[in-house]
Write a protein that binds this ligand. Structure first.
Ligand code: GRF
Length: 202
């Protein structure tokens, strides 16, 4: 379906290949329209995916800027583009508290674990090391504390005894590509919101 005029205006922040961005582009419907992709990395592969889909892009390098200055620049670009929702998709920067508060309830992230388990980096290595039977992915509202925001949606995948971090990452990533658009649609259509620090569903 073509995104309608009531579709929420979404900006996606990336730093890399943008496979989740690709899934979000493909899944656009009446609830959301991606109007801007921002990368802090000039050669990020996801930028090509955005351009191929006719979506505006912006590169905002972070080198030589304080976190606050970089975030303020990004905030200006997002507001200039009249973004309503901000989606982190492999964006490899920690955001300042001020930026996060400014977009509270309208800023989401995807993390490749069953949060609150395995926050942070090297998730798949740690999951395998701990001999977990299940892993997965979580979409959550972003709060100042890393990977700690209320969860909007999760999906689980089986961890095989023969898994390497790479094979597990691939299986989780496939699940992410289904989960992220579903979660964004819940937010864009008002079926979930952040209230008093909790994800509230209606
Ligand atoms: C994904 O694994 C996501 O969970 C994490 O960063 C990775 C981004 O991959 N936050 P891609 O750039 O979307 O392919």
């Amino acid at each position: 379906m073509t995104p309608s005029s009531s579709a929420k205006r979404v900006a996606v922040l990336i730093s890399g290949r943008g496979s989740n961005l690709g899934a979000l582009i493909a899944a656009q419907d009446a609830s959301y329209k991606i109007i801007l992709v921002i990368s802090n990395v000039e050669g990020a592969g996801g930028l090509d995916k955005a351009r191929a889909a006719g979506i505006a892009t912006a590169v905002i390098p972070h080198a030589g800027k304080t976190r606050e200055a970089f975030d303020a620049e990004m905030d200006g670009v997002l507001r200039g583009a009249r973004a309503e929702l901000v989606v982190l998709a492999g964006f490899m920067r920690i955001l300042s508290d001020g930026f996060v508060r400014g977009w509270e309830g309208r800023l989401i992230n995807i993390h490749p674990s069953l949060l609150p388990a395995y926050k942070g980096t090297k998730v798949h290595e740690r999951v395998i090391e701990a001999k977990e039977a299940l892993s997965g992915a979580s979409v959550h509202f972003v709060v100042p504390e890393l990977d700690a925001g209320p969860v909007i949606a999760q999906t689980s995948v089986t961890v095989h005894p023969s898994d390497t971090p790479q094979t597990l990452a691939g299986r989780v990533l496939e699940a992410e590509h289904k989960l992220y658009p579903e979660a964004l649609k819940l937010l864009a259509s008002g079926k979930v919101c952040l209230e008093n620090g909790l994800a509230v569903f209606s």
